[in-house]
Design a protein around this ligand. Structure first.
Ligand code: AMP
Ligand code: MG
Length: 326
């Protein structure tokens, strides 16, 4: 299905934000830029509107969505954060950190956002345009990434337009996302100890500076829905990926990092010639889309090894899932 709405591009102005709010108020879908990736937003209190997100993305109904709000105070009205959650929120909000905690009875959030879980995922994004939208809307906005389910996340309004045109009311165009990878998702065990459910924009080292040792990996109790790490194939281009490659084989495209191999490919692009993991993160999804289009969504992209440090851990998580069997 490709939708039949006339998706409009909204400028990063007060007027653009006002139009976006109008769409959200009437239960429509609006994509907006955050510092991580573009989100596909809907009023999180409106069951029908959020159901529209699942439809537009082709997202499985068991995969819950993140709810975005403008402040820690607004978040505290939705979820019961344990003390370490409050410390993390104070340290990293607004920013690329999502906190998963028990939903409050009076949250007003549509059940569909939780996909059956007793917990809700909440984030305060840092991108000024996202915050302007949330403040002007003055309510919680459910927003997963604005791409078809299982595909590469969008880091520009053009990406959203190319893939989602006709399936949503509008796209607020705020240019290219700075971080370029999704938020780090942190949940809490029964004792309130934090656990990384998905690596992302805030590194484990940064979290540990605030709350001490943090464990990682998806939760296993059966209240938790499909935790992020459990969807193995994700972020998938049409082309296959070959990871930790030293150089491209004949006919392969090349996605480099740092120094280029002596023999490269006619179809090659570098995530960061300066070997910066931050720069590589912000380029990852755009470069994957670019190479995939040049290969006409088939063939193989050989990818250089990315150091497992800082946000490099989140890059490798995305690459492993992009390379996973489909
Ligand atoms: P995205 O669709 O890219 O925005 O990713 C959102 C991620 O948040 C998904 O992988 C979800 O599984 C995860 N998520 C959302 N709500 C919860 C929750 N209540 N518990 C655990 N993970 C969640
Ligand atoms: Mg996504």
């Amino acid at each position: 299905m490709s939708g039949d709405l006339n998706t409009i591009r909204l400028s990063a102005t007060d007027r653009g934000v006002r139009v976006a709010v109008t769409f959200l108020r009437k239960g429509g879908l609006v994509a907006f830029p955050t510092e991580t990736v573009y989100g596909l937003g809907a009023d999180a209190r409106d069951e029908r509107a959020v159901a529209g997100i699942y439809r537009a993305k082709g997202r499985p109904s068991h995969n819950p969505v993140i709810v975005h709000v403008a402040s820690l105070e607004a978040a505290a009205r939705l979820i019961d954060l344990p003390p370490e959650g409050v410390r993390l929120a104070k340290a990293f909000w607004p920013g690329p950190l999502t906190l998963v905690a028990p939903v409050r009875a009076e949250s007003g959030i549509a059940d569909i956002c939780r996909a059956g879980a007793l917990t809700l995922a909440v984030r305060v994004p840092a991108a000024p345009l996202a915050l302007s939208l949330l403040q002007a809307f003055d309510g919680p906005v459910a927003a997963p990434s604005a791409n078809l389910s299982g595909k590469i996340s969008p880091t520009s309004a053009d990406h959203v337009m190319e893939e989602m045109h006709g399936r949503l009311e509008g796209v607020l165009d705020g240019g290219v996302c700075g971080v370029g990878l999704e938020s780090t998702i942190v949940g809490f065990d029964e004792a309130g100890k934090p656990r990384i459910l998905r690596p992302g924009g805030v590194t484990r080292e940064q979290l540990e500076q605030v709350v001490g040792p943090v464990s990682a990996g998806p939760v296993t109790d059966d209240i938790a829905p499909s935790a992020p790490g459990q969807l193995s194939s994700h972020y998938a281009p049409g082309a296959r990926l070959r990871l930790n490659a030293e150089r491209p084989e004949l006919g392969e495209a090349w996605l480099g990092f740092g120094e280029e191999p002596e023999r490269s490919s006619a179809i090659a692009i570098n995530l960061s010639a300066a070997a910066s993991v931050e720069e590589a993160a912000s380029n990852l999804f755009g470069h994957l889309r670019h190479l995939d289009a040049l290969l006409e969504h088939s063939g193989t992209i050989a990818v250089a090894a990315i150091p497992e440090r800082g946000i490099g851990c989140a890059i490798n998580d995305r690459l492993r899932r992009a390379a996973a069997p489909r």
